[in-house]
Design a binder for this molecule. Sequence first.
Ligand SMILES: O=P(O)(O)OC[C@H]1O[C@H](OP(=O)(O)OP(=O)(O)O)[C@H](O)[C@@H]1O
Ligand code: HPA
Ligand SMILES: [Mg+2]
Length: 184
Amino acid sequence: MPQTHPHPDVDRVLLDEQQIRERLAELGEEIAADYADEPPILVGVLKGAVMVMADLAREIDLKVEMDWMAVSSYGSGTKSSGVVRILKDLSGDITGRNVLIVEDIIDSGLTLKWLLSNLRSRGPKSVEIAALLRKPEAARVEIDVKYIGFDIPNEFVIGYGLDFAENYRNLPYVGVLSRSIYED
Ligand SMILES: O=P(O)(O)OC[C@H]1O[C@H](OP(=O)(O)OP(=O)(O)O)[C@H](O)[C@@H]1O
Ligand code: HPA
Ligand SMILES: [Mg+2]
């Protein structure tokens, strides 16, 4: 059954399903135009980017490939540990290819900084980033992002792939997690 009401652990909804769908459609069109000559490999960053990848990829009218990496820096908390671990690597070779990283959120930027340098070391033709969300006030490193969905306030958000301790990823919207859930 569709989830229609904000979850009780959600303080407020930041982006509803329609806002997300419309913005991803715009980004998909831009991406299709930019990569018309040489379509990219979309690299989704598990697990958070699953929903963005699924919905964005369907808005890109090109013969794209999809691959996945799993990295983790947050563990079960609300702050980045700063230590990025590869839990699953790409299954294919990206040498000489256009790579478009698909992410759910840029928070401190540490995950993407690490991922960019990791992927660039494999000899791709280009590496760019498409991220649904960015928290400008939380940035600890500068990241050059080509496609950004929304800039959001510096609060911990859940839903549409984003978790807190592995929960809430299946909420169809992006909401702010109530502080009572993670503070005593
Ligand atoms: O900009 P940063 O501060 O590095 O944070 C962003 C990263 O953190 C989250 O991943 P997480 O490590 O929680 O893994 P997950 O996608 O499996 O939830 C999110 O999906 C991004 O990959
Ligand atoms: O605000 C967030 N919510 C969920 N996961 C995250 N990973 C980095 N920032 C966030
Ligand atoms: Mg997470």
